[in-house]
Design a protein around this ligand. Structure first.
Ligand code: HEC
Ligand code: HEC
Length: 279
């Protein structure tokens, strides 16, 4: 056994003190970086998206399955026009983004006001141009109507903000304040109450006297005349649902909903009132 072979067997890849220094340095430093990396990886798992403020919500949104059922509180108090505007419409209508008519700008609104409240409301509900249906929002038709009136009135319109429908007022009255948890748990019940055909004769007469009488009392522009059997017979033959549909959408000289913001139930009641008078 020579000296040289003896040395070969014991040196291995590290031959100089310098190499030894770098190997031990790396053996110490690399694990430190790996640990830092792991800690960073674990703690950033729950970081929110940039700009998100509500951590729990953003996590819930990322975890949610495709498709959601959104339960809205049917009994929440309706918002006024200004509040709805600020929440939903101001984004475009304050500065006139993509051609939106500006709040308070009579020039922007003049031509639009001529269409009348119902046409404006219809555009807001259905969407128009760059505007999404309902102004893209979370509000009921009545609230949108109030926002339309608010905006239109800011620019010279003279529309009344629509009131809450009688049916939802009754539902709210029927649900005492103390039963709030129950009410919150039963939005379905409120929906049923709101859509049940409530052909309330008093409400029907009230709406007729207010809105339909102008044309239907005398038979203006061929409106079927109040109490005129022959005039009403063909309409009655179509059935209530067909008449209601026509009254909602309008026909010939008959404006949609008789130019009111009456609900379907109120219209139905007014039609029933006229039908009863023509029997
Ligand atoms: C994303 C932007 C945007 C939002 C949000 C928005 N609008 Fe608009 N809106 C527009 C634009 C753009 C027009 C003009 C559409 C056209 O004439 O082509 C418009 C037009 C209208 C008109 C006039 C329609 C007509 O027939 O002339 C009404 C009324 C209206 N908006 C109501 C609302 C209400 C109420 C809200 C809130 C609930 C709302 N908008 C939210 C963009 C918006
Ligand atoms: C501006 C005048 C006017 C007002 C206001 C009006 N109507 Fe009419 N209505 C008409 C005319 C005109 C017709 C006939 C339309 C036709 O057959 O072409 C008609 C037809 C109808 C019909 C028969 C529709 C069918 O099935 O063919 C019903 C129902 C009706 N109106 C309900 C109402 C109710 C309810 C109101 C009040 C909320 C009302 N109208 C307000 C003018 C009016």
């Amino acid at each position: 056994m020579s000296d040289s072979t003896h040395e070969e067997a014991h040196t291995g890849p590290i031959r100089t003190p310098k190499q030894l220094f770098w190997v031990s340095f790396a053996a110490f430093v690399i694990p430190v970086f790996i640990i830092i990396g792991l800690v960073y990886y674990v703690t950033t798992g729950n970081k929110t998206a940039p700009g998100a403020t509500d951590v729990e919500r953003s996590i819930a949104e990322r975890l949610q399955k495709v498709g959601v059922v959104e339960i809205r509180d049917a009994n929440r108090p309706l918002q006024g026009g200004e509040a709805v505007f600020k929440a939903q419409c101001t984004a475009c209508h304050a500065t006139g983004v993509s051609g939106a008519p500006k709040l308070g700008d009579a020039g922007d609104w003049a031509a639009r006001l001529q269409q009348g409240y119902d046409a404006l409301l219809a555009s807001a509900l259905k969407g128009k141009g760059a505007m999404a249906p309902q102004g893209g929002g979370n509000f009921s038709d009545i609230e949108i109507g109030r926002a339309v009136a608010y905006m239109a009135n800011s620019a010279g319109g003279k529309f009344a903000e629509p009131a809450a429908p009688a049916a939802s007022g009754a539902a709210a009255a029927a649900a005492p304040e103390t039963a709030a948890p129950v009410a919150a748990a039963a939005p379905a019940a409120a929906v049923v109450a709101a859509t049940a055909p409530a052909a309330d004769p008093a409400a029907g007469k009230a709406l007729y006297d207010k809105a339909c009488v102008a044309c239907h009392a005398a038979g203006v522009a061929n409106a079927p005349k109040f109490g005129d059997k022959a005039a009403w017979a063909p309409h009655i033959a179509e059935g209530m649902d067909a008449m209601l549909k026509t009254a909602i959408s309008g026909k010939g000289a008959m404006p949609p909903r008789g130019a009111t913001t009456a609900t379907d139930d109120e219209l139905r009641a007014a039609i029933q009132y006229m039908v009863d008078a023509a029997k």
